[in-house]
Design a binder for this molecule. Structure first.
Ligand SMILES: Cc1cc2nc3c(=O)[nH]c(=O)nc-3n(C[C@H](O)[C@H](O)[C@H](O)COP(=O)(O)OP(=O)(O)OC[C@H]3O[C@@H](n4cnc5c(N)ncnc54)[C@H](O)[C@@H]3O)c2cc1C
Length: 469
């Protein structure tokens, strides 16, 4: 006979004082502000929201959830909130109050609390002439990004952020606060680095910083009627560059809104963004074949790594978006670019704001000793697209066109990368079969009752893997 778990919390009077301070319930005046995600298109409806200020607070929330048969979903910012279908009977643990960053400049380690975003780390590291493997957006969460892999501007040279982690502090399903590293609970440490948020609530993470104080970087813009010419030249150029060069080729249609700088507002461009690390002096010569195409705007300069945060022009604040169009690609033949442009380029009447192709490969593609569950990205390029969604009609149009971008390159797809998937899917597709089986075994050990709900949940060995959507 199965016994129904106790009801989720509805009466604040039943909570002890600590939990009364930590948990925000639907009848609270703060409820709508508390449940909002960075992606404003997502309407999150958990049973309660917790806003812990310390690891001890997280222990209290996890213990409470266990006693009351509730699930727990950790969230740093909500950049990937759209992948979670339902927060029914779930406490949403929002970690933004825990955002301290401590840097040991001698050991070149940053201890980063769970709610810190990349800008917190890059700014602190810059004071010591150090750089982090941060992503394109300053307000993406360090922990969510790193647990999913983490593909940075320096990625072709230094690999995934997940494989640059030295230790992780986490509250597990039994309510323990564990510090895991290569020597302590190594299977948990392995699973967390690329397996995502299925194993507990991370409270802090130690990441290695790099002694990099300058890079050569910038973006080139051309009117998008030159998209085919520019992207074909960029594609051929990527085959010639060393691992020190990471770049993105993309088409963009910028909204006619005040948040977009005047010369770009309401216009469509083809853009190439490039970062050169280590061989900074060679930067101008390396990008010369791109500059030779005569861009309308050229922002290249030698800059500090902290200045890379605006390079990709990601939205500077929460927005309602729908992303998709993602595939890892083994190769990028000219036909792949032609097909992408046919569905989303000039004349395609596309609702997408951005369609990008990232040049990956290099260190990202090489497995290494001591790497975590996501040892490498299986591909030389990856695609990603998205658009603003202000109503249901726009959402349907953006979803259809994201699907068309993915279908355009399916022929060359080698898989998908967890962080770039923003809808529910079968996580088996992110890993080789043996790695996925090992992740499920780790989930069975550390969270046998499946208390923790992540954006891309790893099932226990006893559960059925979710269907592909
Ligand atoms: C504008 C934009 C730019 C991006 N740029 C890049 C990029 O350059 N490179 C790249 O690799 N990715 C990039 N991403 C993808 C990004 O890495 C993922 O969306 C990532 O999941 C975001 O982490 P978050 O904590 O901000 O988001 P959240 O939605 O808060 O978290 C995502 C998931 O991470 C897990 N998680 C978060 N915090 C914790 C915790 N404390 N304990 C346990 N689990 C936790 C949970 O499973 C959660 O569902 C970008 C996304 C966007 C929207």
């Amino acid at each position: 006979m199965s016994v129904a778990p106790p009801a989720p919390p509805t009466d604040p009077a039943l909570l002890d004082r600590r939990l009364r301070e930590l948990l925000i319930l639907p009848d609270d005046d703060r409820w709508d502000d508390a449940r909002v995600a960075w992606n404003l298109a997502v309407d999150q409806r958990p049973a309660a929201v917790a806003q812990p200020a310390s690891a001890e607070d997280v222990v209290a929330v996890v213990s409470y959830a266990r006693e009351h048969g509730l699930r727990v979903a950790a969230q740093g910012t909500g950049h990937n909130a759209s992948a979670i279908d339902s927060l029914d009977r779930t406490i949403l643990v929002k970690t933004h109050r825990m955002h301290a960053v401590e840097i040991d400049p001698v050991a070149r380690i940053a201890r980063v609390e769970a709610g810190a975003v990349w800008e917190d780390v890059t700014t602190a590291a810059d004071r010591h002439d150090l750089a982090a493997l941060s992503g394109s957006s300053p307000d993406v969460g360090v922990v969510g990004y790193t647990l999913g892999g983490g593909c940075s501007w320096l990625a072709r040279k230094y690999g995934l952020s997940a494989n640059n982690v030295r230790a992780i502090e986490i509250v597990t399903a039994d309510g323990r606060l564990v510090r895991t590293d290569a020597g302590n609970e190594p299977e948990l440490f392995w699973a967390l680095r690329g397996g995502g948020g299925s194993f507990g609530v991370v409270t802090a993470i130690d990441i290695e910083l790099l002694p990099i104080s300058e890079v050569f970087a910038g973006a080139l813009f051309w009117s998008w009627d030159r998209a085919a010419e520019v992207l074909h030249t960029w594609r051929e150029w990527t085959a010639t560059v060393p691992d020190e060069v990471t770049s993105v080729g993309r088409i963009m249609s910028l909204p006619d809104l005040p948040l977009v700088p005047e010369p770009l507002r309401g216009r469509s461009f083809v853009v190439v963004e490039v970062i050169v690390t280590g061989i900074v002096d060679e930067g101008p010569a390396l990008v010369e074949p791109l500059r030779a195409l005569g861009p309308e705007i050229d922002t290249f300069a030698t800059v500090r790594p902290v200045d890379l945060t605006g390079l990709h022009m990601d939205p500077p604040q929460p927005v309602p978006v729908m992303s998709g169009g993602h595939r890892l690609l083994g190769t990028l033949p000219a036909a792949a670019i032609d097909r992408i442009l046919a569905v989303a380029g000039p004349g395609a009447d596309s609702p997408l704001a951005s369609v990008e192709i990232r040049h990956i490969g290099g260190a990202l593609a090489r497995p290494g000793e001591g790497h975590g569950a996501l040892a490498r990205l299986d591909g030389e390029y990856m695609t990603f697209s998205g658009g603003l969604v202000l109503d249901a009609e726009q959402a349907a149009a953006v979803a259809r066109r994201n699907g068309a971008v993915a279908a355009a390159v399916d022929e060359w797809a080698t898989g998908q990368y967890l962080n770039f998937v923003e809808h529910a899917t079968d996580p088996a597709g992110f890993y080789p079969a043996d790695v996925y089986a090992r992740l499920r075994a780790a989930k069975s050990t550390y969270d046998p009752t499946d208390m923790f709900l992540s954006n891309h949940p790893i099932p226990t060995l006893a559960q059925v893997s979710p269907p592909v959507r």
